[in-house]
Ligand binder design. Structure first.
Ligand code: SF4
Length: 345
């Protein structure tokens, strides 16, 4: 009856103290359990050998560690690997590991599906199936085969992180705390479409890098691609970002997917440079990966280069991001998970 047991993974030492208290364990056992979960990476309570045997047995009656291995794995020609994890609401979620010279970046999911409805995104097409808790986010980091080699984490998988903010903030705390994985926040990037209150909390409560999906500097056009523009216009997002320092400790990137004939001309580059004036944002230009029933096609390489060069000439650092994992549908905007109702292929 393991399913009925509560997970320990995703709990902070304060929450583990409550568990210890309820189970009659000494309060300091909370620190030991956190150490086993996040430093020693235990997968079973029985491994926590500095807890008395009776305490382990008692804990095991109501709790489990909560580590879950990927249920499927696909590997790209370029070394990118896509892992499928149990998600929420019957939809499995995907994490993508992207090797790049001495870096290994894991792109994690924060929700099963997404409510935001961006028209160019496969995840958005699926609607929303549920939030991942902090344990399910951390599980992706600990349970991919390359876990020990990871150098960077990006919250760019399925879901909008600011729409599941409490779990994302808690996962960041576990990733960065000395009692947790002890990572520098400089190794973590959260990508958002710019829900303003959520973005503000991320800016105030963490030191992670921020990436904002812009995709068009023109409000009407952006609203046609991303309904969120009507609630939180890009201009307001940039106004908020101007209040923060991105020149030193943390980095601000603007994600800009390029579609042929939609947003790839120099008029857009110039408007984007005007929009970003006064920020230290750099721009990542991303080649679009076709998805069904979206009219836009990928911009041509020469147009992307001209766009990049114009931004650079206007004082905005811009780079064309290399596309990874397209052959296994692991590239930006392609993550779709797998509904448990779907047939395995
Ligand atoms: S691009 Fe991001 S926010 Fe938009 S639908 Fe896809 S997952 Fe959601």
């Amino acid at each position: 009856m393991g399913e009925a047991k509560e997970k320990l993974l995703g709990k902070t030492p304060a929450e583990l103290r409550d568990v210890c208290e309820a189970e009659g364990l000494k309060p300091f056992a909370a620190k030991q359990i956190a150490h086993w979960l996040y430093v020693k990476r235990a997968t079973e309570i029985s491994e926590m050998t500095d807890l008395p045997k009776a305490a382990r047995e008692r804990l095991s009656q109501r709790y489990r560690v909560g580590r879950e291995a990927p249920v499927a794995e696909t590997r790209s020609m370029d070394g990118t690997a896509k892992y499928l994890f149990p998600g929420a609401g019957g939809l499995e979620v995907e994490a993508v590991m992207i090797p790049d010279k001495e870096r290994a970046t894991l792109c994690v999911s924060s929700q099963a599906g997404c409510k935001m409805g961006c028209r160019f995104c496969m995840t958005g097409r699926q609607g929303f199936h549920g939030n991942l808790d902090a344990g399910a986010i951390i599980n992706q980091v600990l349970s991919v085969p390359e876990s020990e080699e990871l150098t960077n984490i990006v919250f760019m998988g399925m879901g909008e992180p600011t729409d599941n903010l409490s779990a994302v903030l808690k996962a960041i705390e576990i990733l960065t705390a000395p009692w947790g994985l002890g990572w520098s926040p400089k190794r973590i990037t959260v990508s958002t479409i710019g829900n303003l209150p959520g973005l503000q909390r991320l800016l105030e409560e963490t030191k992670v890098h921020i990436a904002v999906s812009i995709h068009s500097p023109f409000s009407d056009e952006r609203a046609g691609l991303m309904p969120v523009e009507r609630a939180w216009p890009a201009k307001k997002i940039v106004d908020l970002l101007r209040n923060y320092d991105f020149a030193h400790q943390r980095r601000l990137s603007m994600e800009y997917i390029m579609w042929r004939g939609i947003n790839d001309d120099l008029r857009h580059a110039e408007a984007l440079a005007r929009l970003l004036k006064g920020t230290d944002a750099r721009v990542n230009l991303i080649r679009f990966h076709r998805i069904p029933d979206f009219e836009g096609g990928p911009a041509e390489q020469e147009r992307m280069e001209a766009f990049r060069d114009r931004l650079n000439a206007l004082g905005v650092t811009a780079t064309i991001r290399a596309s990874r994992g397209e052959d296994i549908a692991a590239a930006c905007g392609m993550l779709a998970g797998k509904d448990k109702g779907e047939e395995q292929q």
